[in-house]
Design a protein around this ligand. Structure first.
Ligand SMILES: Cc1ncc(COP(=O)(O)O)c(CNOCC(=O)O)c1O
Length: 401
């Protein structure tokens, strides 16, 4: 007998469960468009050359030890991460108003930020986009926050429901926390325009809504690190406060190294110092201190201008390959005369396309064509290649006719 005998089997994670099902499928034509992880034209995971070079340098460094990092992580990594997202010339950094702590990738950064806010911020409600990354509501609920949604996606236009977004944020209680995807919204691939971001910023500042940015795709969406940080930098430029979760999983391909950072831009330097001391109280009993290897790779690359430049070239190559997959899929559907307007495939940005296919069509494509994607109709464009685009186009064509 077991004291855990009463436990019922938990359901698979909606995103990671797709890969579990894909791995079980013996079909030679199966295609995994589920998890948001980059794959090469040959369908293989990619370790960036610059990452391999950085690791070689670390291994060859005889003075390198494996001591504990401080609770806040690798200081050099934290400084470089803040510079990457806020910009080297950021006034907030120059005025020492930014505190940054290394966390366990984007998820860990969101969780530490959520726990910090649940204990030390006066408003317990966080508004997240509808739809959003499937893990967001669970991370913030378990942090102790009350999760509510704001309208984001318009199924009719497969674009932004900007009117609904403004209405929902306008009716949020003063001081509410608002989760914002910095770029490449997951799962829709729909981002506000710069003008729309400016309207969102003005509205939020006028109601003292607290921005919590989530940046998991900086540089991956447009191919430009600075362009993909524009929304964040507009908010920092107005001198207001915000939280910022960064992940290096996608843009540096460090998925399993769990490398990320939480930054809090504060109103003054002495507040930033006190906020950091409180963040340490959140982290210490959670995982005590973060891993050493991943941030060492990132710091090695970001601090060396030649390696930084090589990284930007490899990053752009990944972004460009995804953009070419969008164009190829769009062209393939057009050449088949597939009914419907598929222009959202080339308008959306980042790793994912929100196809608009419903769960029945998704199930049909899995059964008949061995295409694996999340039941909300999201496909990871990174999982596609020139070889598999025709097979996907055939499956979509069959599913909608
Ligand atoms: C918006 C967003 N925030 C945060 C994260 C956190 O990622 P990580 O904790 O790996 O850095 C992710 C990673 N998504 O995972 C891939 C998928 O949706 O299939 C994300 O998309």
């Amino acid at each position: 007998s077991s004291v855990f005998a009463a436990l019922a089997q938990a359901p698979e994670d909606p995103i990671l469960g797709v890969t579990v099902a894909y791995n079980k499928d013996p079909s030679p034509v199966k295609v995994n468009l589920g998890v948001g992880a980059y794959r090469t034209e040959e369908g293989k995971p990619l370790v960036l050359n610059v990452v391999r070079r950085a690791e070689q340098m670390l291994i060859n460094n005889p003075s390198r030890v494996k001591e504990y990092l401080p609770i806040t992580g690798l200081a050099e990594f934290n400084k470089l991460s803040a510079k990457l997202i806020f910009g080297a010339d950021s006034p907030a950094i120059q005025e020492n108003r930014v505190t940054t702590v290394q966390c366990l990738s984007g998820t860990g950064s969101l969780r530490v930020g959520g726990e910090f806010l649940a204990r030390h911020y006066h408003e317990r409600t966080i508004y997240i986009p509808q739809p959003t990354w499937g893990n967001h509501p669970k991370v913030f609920t378990l942090s102790g926050l009350t999760v509510r949604s704001y309208r984001y996606y318009d199924p009719a236009t497969r674009g932004l429901d900007f009117k609904g977004l403004l209405e929902d944020l306008s009716s949020a209680p003063l001081g509410s926390i608002v989760l914002l995807h910095a770029c490449a919204h997951n799962p829709t691939g729909v981002d506000p325009t710069i003008d729309q971001w400016e309207q969102i910023r003005q509205l939020m500042r006028s109601k003292s809504l607290l921005p919590f940015f989530d940046s998991a795709y900086q540089g991956f969406a447009s191919g430009s690190l600075d362009k993909d940080a524009q929304s964040v930098r507009m908010f920092v430029a107005d001198g207001g406060e915000l939280l910022m979760a960064q992940s290096y999983a996608k843009n540096m391909g460090l998925y399993g190294e769990r490398v990320g950072a939480l930054s809090i831009v504060c109103g003054s330097a002495d507040v930033a110092v006190r906020v950091e001391s409180i963040l340490k109280l959140v982290i210490r009993p959670m995982y005590s201190n973060p891993p050493l290897h991943g941030p060492s790779i990132v710091a090695t690359i970001l601090k060396d201008s030649e390696m930084f430049n090589e990284w930007t070239l490899e990053l752009k190559a990944m972004a460009d390959r995804i953009i070419s997959m969008r164009q190829q899929l769009f062209d393939a559907l057009k050449s088949r005369g597939t009914p419907g307007d598929w222009s959202h495939i080339i308008k959306q940005i980042g790793m994912f396309t929100f196809t608009g296919l419903n769960s029945d069509q998704v199930a049909f494509m899995r059964q008949e064509y061995h295409i694996y994607m999340t039941s909300d109709g999201r496909i990871s464009m990174a999982g596609l290649s020139t070889r598999t685009v025709p097979h996907l186009a055939d499956a979509i064509h069959a599913a909608v006719t």
